[in-house]
Every structure is written in C-alpha cells, then in structure tokens.
Design a protein around this ligand. Structure first.
Ligand SMILES: NC(=O)c1ccc[n+]([C@@H]2O[C@H](COP(=O)([O-])OP(=O)(O)OC[C@H]3O[C@@H](n4cnc5c(N)ncnc54)[C@H](OP(=O)(O)O)[C@@H]3O)[C@@H](O)[C@H]2O)c1
Length: 363
C-alpha cells in the first residue's frame, strides 16, 4: 500500500484513553489526525499536545465522513467505546478504504463480530488488530507463550492480577455489555457468567497459590486464535474469601443478568465523566498475568507477563501498533490478535516501559 498523507487517524481522541494514545503518537513524532464528533473537544485535546495534529470531525453515524477520515491515513486507531455500538462503523470504514485498523476494545461480542471480518480484511489487504490495550496485549502474549511451549494444547486458562482502577469509560463499557459474556468451550462460544469457575494458580515467587475467579475477559474471544486451543477461560485474582463469594453467587448473577434492559440500567448508573487513574495512580499500578496451557494427556506449560501501568500500556501499545501497521510491519493481512500480528518477541519491544518480563516458566 503506498503511503498516505497521515500515518494514523485516531478516532475517539477526546476520551481518557484517546488522549493517552494521542500523547504517545506525538512522542513518536507521527503524522496524525485526531478525530471525533466534537470540534471543540478535539481542539482542547490538540491544545494540550506537544504536536500539531490535524482535527477531523466525523460522526459515527456518517459513513462518508468516516470513510474520508480513513482514506487519508495508513492506519485508523479507535478508542471510541462502547465498541459494541461504536466499533463496527469505524472498523467498516477502514476496511472499505483499505486502511489498517487497531482499537482499544475488550468487549467479547464486538471481538467475535470483528474476527468474522477476517476474509474482508484479507481481500482488502489490510491488517486489523483489535484489543490493543491492557485487555488483551499482555494476556494474549502470556497465552501465546504458554500454548506454544506445548504440542497441540487444548485448554488455556489465564489469570489476571492488577491493582489498577478503571476509567469512567471502561466502567460504562463494562456496564453496557452486561450479559454479553462468553467463554470458549469445546471449540465454540458458550454463554458465560462472572464467578462461574474458581481455581488456584501457582505464580512463581509466591509461596501460596493465588485464587482466580472467572471473568469474561477479551481473551476468551481472541486467545482461541492465538493459541489454537478449544477451551479458553479468563480469571481475575482475588483474595480467597471474595473469590469464594463470587463463585457461590454465580447462579444469582446469571438470573439477574437475564432481566431485560439491565445493561442499559447499569450503563445509565455508571460514572458519566471522561476520567481515569491519575498520573500518580498509574505510576503505582502493576499487573501480573499467568497463563497455563494443557494438552489432553495432562502436559502443562506456564508463562508469565508482568509490568506496570495498564492504561499507559493501552495508550502506547495502541499508538505503536497502529504506527507499525502503517509502516507495513504487521504479519497481516487479516484480523489478527496482537501477538499474531507482531510476534511474541516484538510485542514486549514495542512497549518496553510497560512490560518488564515475558517468559515461559521452566517446570
Ligand atoms: N482494552 C483495554 O484494556 C482498554 C483500556 C482502556 C480503555 N478501553 C476501552 O476504550 C474505550 C474508551 O475508554 P475511555 O476510558 O477513554 O472512555 P471515555 O473517556 O469515555 O472516552 C470515550 C470516547 O468515545 C467517544 N464517543 C462516545 N460516544 C460517541 C459517539 N456516539 N460518537 C462518537 N464518539 C463517541 C467519546 O467522544 P466525546 O468526547 O465526543 O464524548 C470519547 O472520545 C472504552 O470502551 C473502554 O472500555 C479498553
């Protein structure tokens, strides 16, 4: 693809995460545009950047405006969520214009839809890498490393431990996707509910096992592709008493989520702003992700990915993966997971400030 006038068009630049991506694009000295629905809010963002990005106003309801934005860039990056609603129009515009695409989603329903666009992406000659944030860059890497240490693993369990709090936008997105929950079981997507599974994980350098309780994380929709496993589950590490409570309450949770309109009700009660962890909170935040793969005859392999500042990681990974695609450096075309797109050695090198360690744990 010949190079276009912009490296990256960033849609949703006015949000908490969009600003982090824009700051990194400026640090990388990219030629980029910031895009969204409000010229005034985009101008505010531009005034705070150490760069002079072009401002592009495009409504998510206007295909022509989105196509025009996508046609001028080598890659589109989107941080406009919830993605179940706002993701498809932006990704579709990129596919129609032959433009590479990345986004910060973690929503399983949208990720499932996006992976079904693989043939369209191949025909268009573009690489799509969804979920270039904390969900799923380090967990995808961890799952990939564990799975590829074995021949033909059939199951992968991923444990996520972090002390980071959630941005307002992430809380709204999670509320809006209530009930749209999946796990990958026996080679297909099955209805899932938080808390349904509980198990312990042996982290290296920790004396006691850690307790993980099932949460429907993006990897249930992406790791089947990066690992080839027929069973993928994701767990959040909690103290044992809390984990047990969630686990005991899962049938109640399952019944409650069947109430029609609950997703809209919860979304309307989520925080309204565009805030998130402060710089100090981000500096003090860490993550540790353990993946365990298993073959049918009981062989297991574990891998760990550790680092800091999940939201900083999201901003930098999204900016740098978009730029790498713009330079023609992805393993595309097609709809790929982050590790499929860039390989297990390159992913930590793209964001070295945020990933300290990524390795298979020797038995
Ligand atoms: N995968 C991960 O680990 C990860 C990490 C961070 C964030 N995220 C996801 O990324 C998304 C953004 O998070 P955030 O914290 O940055 O949220 P935020 O601060 O609320 O920002 C949301 C962005 O979406 C735009 N937007 C909302 N509704 C729109 C509409 N109808 N048309 C056009 N643009 C619209 C907003 O534009 P306006 O300013 O015009 O409202 C804003 O730019 C969320 O879905 C979140 O879950 C995922």
């Amino acid at each position: 693809m010949p190079s276009r006038e912009l490296d990256v068009a960033l849609y949703g630049a006015t949000g908490y995460t969009g600003r982090l991506i824009a700051e990194d694009l400026a640090d990388q000295e990219a030629e980029f545009a910031i895009a969204g629905r409000s010229r005034e809010r985009l101008a505010d963002v531009a005034s705070e950047l150490e760069a002079d990005p072009e401002i592009v106003v495009a409504s998510v309801d206007d295909d022509e405006e989105l196509e025009q934005m996508a046609s001028r860039a080598d890659a589109v990056a989107s941080a406009a969520g919830p993605f179940n609603d706002l993701g498809p129009p932006v990704m579709n515009a990129a596919l129609r214009e032959g433009t590479h695409f990345v986004d910060t989603t973690g929503e399983q329903g949208y990720l499932r839809w996006a992976s079904e666009q693989d043939e369209r992406a191949r025909e268009a000659g573009v690489t799509v890498v969804n979920a270039t944030g904390f969900d799923v860059v380090p967990s995808d890497l961890s799952a990939y490393l564990a799975a590829h240490a074995l021949d033909d693993p059939t199951s992968v369990d991923i444990a996520l431990a972090t002390n980071s709090r959630l941005s307002d936008g992430t809380q709204r997105t999670m509320a809006a996707s209530t009930g749209d929950w999946w796990e990958f079981e026996d080679g297909r997507f099955q209805d899932a509910v938080p808390g349904r599974h509980m198990r312990s994980f042996s982290y290296p350098d920790r004396e006691d096992p850690s307790t993980g309780v099932f949460i429907p994380w993006g990897d249930c929709a992406t790791a089947p592709r990066s690992t080839g496993a027929d069973n993928v589950r994701t767990f959040f590490v909690l103290d044992r008493d809390r984990a047990r409570k969630y686990n005991l309450l899962w049938p109640v949770q399952w019944l409650v989520t069947k109430i029609p309109g609950l997703d809209r009700l919860l979304a309307s009660r989520a925080p309204e702003g565009r805030g998130g962890p402060s710089e100090e909170e981000r500096e003090a935040s860490w993550f540790s992700i353990l993946a365990e793969a298993e073959t049918p005859d009981g062989q297991t392999a574990r891998a760990i990915v550790e680092g800091s500042d999940p939201y900083g990681l999201t901003g930098a990974a999204t900016s740098r993966m978009a730029l790498a695609l713009a330079r023609g450096e992805g393993n595309g075309p097609g709809v790929l997971t982050p590790t499929q797109a860039f390989g297990p050695e390159r992913v930590p090198k793209l964001v070295p400030e945020f990933i300290d360690e990524a390795r298979v744990i020797e038995p």
